[in-house]
Design a protein around this ligand. Sequence first.
Ligand code: BGC
Length: 759
Amino acid sequence: MRDIATIVQQMTLEEKAALVTGATPWTTTPVARLGVPELFVSDGPHGVRRVEDVNTLGAQSIPATCFPTAALLAATWNADLVYRMGQALASEANAIGVGVLLGPGVNMKRTPLCGRNFEYFSEDPYLAGELAASLIEGIQSGGVGASLKHFAANNQEHQRFSIDAVVDERTLREIYLPAFERAVKRAKPWTVMCAYNKLNGEYCSEHYTLLTEILKQEWGFEGFVVSDWGAVHDRVKALRAGLDLEMPGPKPRRTQAVIDAVHTGELDAAVLDEAVRRVLTIAFRAAETPKGAAFDVEANHALARQIAAEGMVLLKNDGILPLQNPQRVAVIGRAAKYPHFQGGGSSHINPTRVDSPFDALQSRAGGATLTYSEGYPAGEEFQQSLIDEAVTAARSANVALIFVALPSYKESEGYDRTDLDLTAQQVALIKAVSAVQPHTVVILHNSSAVAMTAWIDGVGAVLEAWLMGQAGGGAVADILYGVTNPSGKLAETFPLHLEDTPAFINFPGENGQVRYGEGLFIGYRYYDAKRAPVLFPFGHGLSYTTFAYSNARVSAPTFRDVDGVTVSVDVTNTGAMAGKEIVQIYVHDRHCQFARPEKELKGFAKVELQPGETKTVTLALDFRAFAFWHPGHKQWVAEAGEFDILIGASAADIRASVPVTLQSTQTLPSLLNYTSTVREWLEDPHGRTVFEPLFQQMMAQMQQAFGGGDRSNEDDIGMNMMGFIMETPLTSILGFQEALLPAPAEVIVGELLRQVHGR
Ligand code: BGC
């Protein structure tokens, strides 16, 4: 183990300032005289995008496996498989000399329109956090660092360099931070990348609360914080806020600014030393991993195919899938031959090879005849002749397989989608083909919800194949032909219409700000609250077999928050084909002083079952599964009382519900103050005790004045007096009758508060 502290001492101010700014777009500054190695970083997240010339940003990269994007990865709900993808990513990073891979991204899918949704996991923070942690653990098990990004509230590309995300504290803690929190605490990523945007008025790169107080102090993050590329505005302020490494470099003016700030005293030398210590720790750690061994191209391609097959989601199936050896198959749609398997921008991988669905289908089809029709052009222009051709082919076939991909530029870093629609030609194509061929299957390539109401009723099956990575073509064929039983489930809700989506009226903001007005209620939390219909719910996905749930039970019907509770359920494969089921555990809080979503995902497991086989799924729920963030107490609170543990096959398909009672061991200080209402005084256990005598006195006076009854002077001013009193601050109520009181209202309430707070 190197003595980092000594090296920090030996470094000159100039060397330190240089170390905390990139030397090139992808490397840190080495210090040869002290043996400090250069650290090489590359995108991320679903493959290694290492450029040949380190001084270029966007050039084509060295070939590497393009694994499925996070959109598909999340739909596997398979933490072990995600871990294995991490291991494979590390093997490639090591082969081509990369020390830190810039990913995964765990920002919430707040709206299906976000251009970068393909890089993000889910609308649910629990699912995103768990899977991201597994990916990081896999990557780091190979001696390669991960960079968890983009911290935080980077949920749109519109004005991404400057937009101010206005998010209330509870929403931030319960929705936008937990995936980061879980990944940091569980997987200990070597680095975290800050977001470009502002959060509540402050650039994330300069956000002391976010980078230092929450990430480093509260969550115990020990790696270094790197800026997103070009996210730093004021280098010195960023350092003070906890941003350790600025990328990309070189930036001599920034380096000089740091040196000057230490000289003038504007920057405490100790702050710089701390950033240096963090960067050195990771640079030395990365250098311990041997580089240069070849990676196994075939094995990684096969793994990419396996992941792709597990993350594809069978959305609809009226029984035509799996295909029963059709003799004439009309394969329609450009994406069958020119697969659309990744998104645009910094994550764009130069794949080692690409499997086309058409070729894969051909190899699965036995002696059947496959025809190919393009169906639609690459862009958004309309060409009726392509539709006509496809209809002719479909009419004379036993089945039509339509591969529909959003135009490749639609889902990209840097800008958002403007609608959920397929192109006009694609919609017309699906309608025309399904009108002549009842056995029509639509295979979709996109990374977030698309609208389907215009055509879905006319088709027999829909397979969501996502941006599926380079080996996805084979996976599609395996699923269509039943070689693989589909087992993916949606990690995001598919709405009926864009107007139905939770952020619709707040997105993408105006005047430099986007208000997260829907608060906690994104994704299924929103549709649940509104009792609103959706196209496909969160957690939905069909199989070629069926599963029955039975014997749902908990370790104890009453449990202490510190102990948590364990929930078990038996799952049986009741069909004829081996398959995998994803069991989802949601928690419903029956009563809470704060608004809470109807239910929230707090556990999941994927189980493989042979026909007739039963397995027991057991999952532990801890304190956090029941808690909400209390902005008054600035901490997580789990209120004593009754909860329901819901066991579901999707958010809309709850198979069992088990009531439990939580006993709280938390002692929370009273939050009563001068503006607390009479109701709050009565509901606060401490407050009630000290307030009770005065309250009785008040009630007696009311009795006298109005002759009793809590609807006493309703006739006078049409008001329920008791209702009014309950919702009015005690100080104000007393103030109305101050002439009758022995002391001013503030003094009386002040005395009660002293008794409550013990000072
Ligand atoms: C992206 C990051 C990426 C970085 C380096 C930025 O524009 O937001 O996700 O890691 O570039 O390519």
